[in-house]
Design a binder for this molecule. Structure first.
Ligand code: LIP
Length: 257
């Protein structure tokens, strides 16, 4: 299944790349939440191919009506994760596809067509970037850890969420090496998997933002949890905390202060 997924996702990457380099009309789903015709076109392409090829799975995708979809044997698709980057030609943006069997992680693929980087993982078989094995970093000192985060779209409308972002930033910034905000949750998780970042956290993400990245990270030796250190549950958990495993408890302790 993995090879067929990669073949289809790389084909979709051609539409993605054409869109990235062209001028785009932008529609606002919410105050800060953008969508372009390319999000819709990439998703339509992937959905049609997946539904035809993988008949035992339903497809749950960002720009689709998912009201009648039950999460079970599911392919969870974000056609363009990091749409704001895509619109502004920041090359940190990707197609994200997570496959779940009976709600359990099975295959994760994150493809950045602009940098031509494809991250893949099948549960039990390790994680790869362009076919080279990747692993989380060995750093265990939070003070030396490079972290990444994201800002929820709700920060433009919900003062509680905005205050929470600022409070966590204030707690954690002096305690770590530095913090990045590059704008694609899927790739942020892959960067922890590759040992670029030691950790990552964010609130209010959707299942399609993280469905693939969390499989890739866990296969690279990383850890994913909610803010209490318990299992991160797709479609339910408000916070995701991800790390190289070694700084996980310390990261959570500081985020919760
Ligand atoms: C986006 C993320 C980004 C995050 C935003 C949003 P989209 O996904 O990956 O990093 O901060 O809240 O969810 O909307 O571009 O697919």
């Amino acid at each position: 299944m993995k090879d067929k997924l990669i073949e289809i996702i790389k084909e979709a990457g051609v539409i993605f790349k054409d869109g990235y380099y062209s001028n785009k009309d932008v529609t606002f789903k919410a105050k800060k939440d953008l969508v372009t015709k390319y999000d819709v076109a990439v998703e339509k392409f992937l959905k049609e191919k997946f539904e035809k090829e993988f008949t035992d799975f339903n497809v749950i995708a960002e720009e689709s009506d998912n009201t009648n979809k039950i999460f079970s044997n599911s392919i969870i698709v974000d056609p363009i994760d990091g749409t704001t980057n895509f619109v502004n030609k920041v090359p940190h943006t990707a197609i994200s596809v997570g496959v779940y069997k009976d709600k359990k992680p099975y295959i994760g693929i994150v493809y950045n067509p602009i940098l031509d980087e494809i991250y893949t993982a099948v549960v039990g078989e390790g994680a790869f970037c362009n076919e080279e094995k990747i692993e989380v970093s060995n750093e265990s000192d939070l003070q030396k850890a490079l972290l990444s985060t994201g800002f929820p779209y709700s920060s433009g409308t919900c003062e509680d969420d905005l205050n929470d972002v600022m409070k966590k930033m204030k707690n954690i910034l002096p305690k770590c090496q530095d913090i990045r905000r590059l704008g694609s949750a899927a790739l942020d998780l892959c960067y922890v998997a590759k040992g670029v970042y030691e950790g990552y956290y964010e609130m209010n993400l959707k299942a399609w933002d993280v469905s693939a990245g969390l499989i890739i990270l866990q296969e690279a030796g990383g850890k994913v949890s909610n803010l209490d250190g318990d299992a991160y549950v797709l479609f339910e958990s408000k916070y995701i905390v991800a790390s190289n495993t070694k700084i996980h408890d310390e990261l959570i302790k500081n985020l919760k202060q």
